[in-house]
Design a protein around this ligand. Sequence first.
Ligand code: MN
Length: 234
Amino acid sequence: MTNFVFNPVETVGLQVAGTEAKFPVRRIYCVGRNYAAHAREMGFDPDREPPFFFCKPNDPDSVVPVGQEPVTIPYPSLTTNYHYEVELVVAIGKAGKDIAIENAAQHIFGYAVGLDMTRRDLQMKMREQGRPWEIGKAFDYSAPIGTLTTLKDAGELNDGKIELLVNGEVRQSSTIKHLIWSVSETIANLSTLFELKAGDLIMTGTPEGVGAVQKGDRLEASIEGLNPITVNIV
Ligand code: MN
């Protein structure tokens, strides 16, 4: 055992449906503007440019595992434009680099519903200044993620309804089929930049309809075939 000067943080685990075991989270990669209608609402032409990526921290303060029960997350500091983004989360179960599109599915452990919570005002400000997005994207409690369903149980997800409700009202509704870069294409591209390892998560991007939430709001996120999540903002 290493003699650390203080106890290191524990690895975050996501529940795996149908087992007692947890999936240990390594890195969290996020895809930007991966649905055409969302790219348009953010002021961009959704031409099929190469995908681009950013990361979220994988520490226990950033990732919020969500089971069947609703969880609460605090409204973050220094924002007045705090947004939800419902996303399909892909969990990697097998390492690889320069993965071919046709082999990408072999690297998938499973899928979950996730929220890429965003301080939109800070993200935009950084974007305008050509600075990194971290303060808009990579803050504490910014990644609520549901129970994982294994690839074996879910099958390969290339379609299926993705939806987000705020206080019972539908705000985002699309299908996985509308991803500009499919899950396999995303894995292939990302693996040319980083060697993917078991434990990595990929948040694949959000469809149109993003918007602000306030303290007291209830977010319900779902993807057909996966475990839905409910998150309350306090
Ligand atoms: Mn996102």
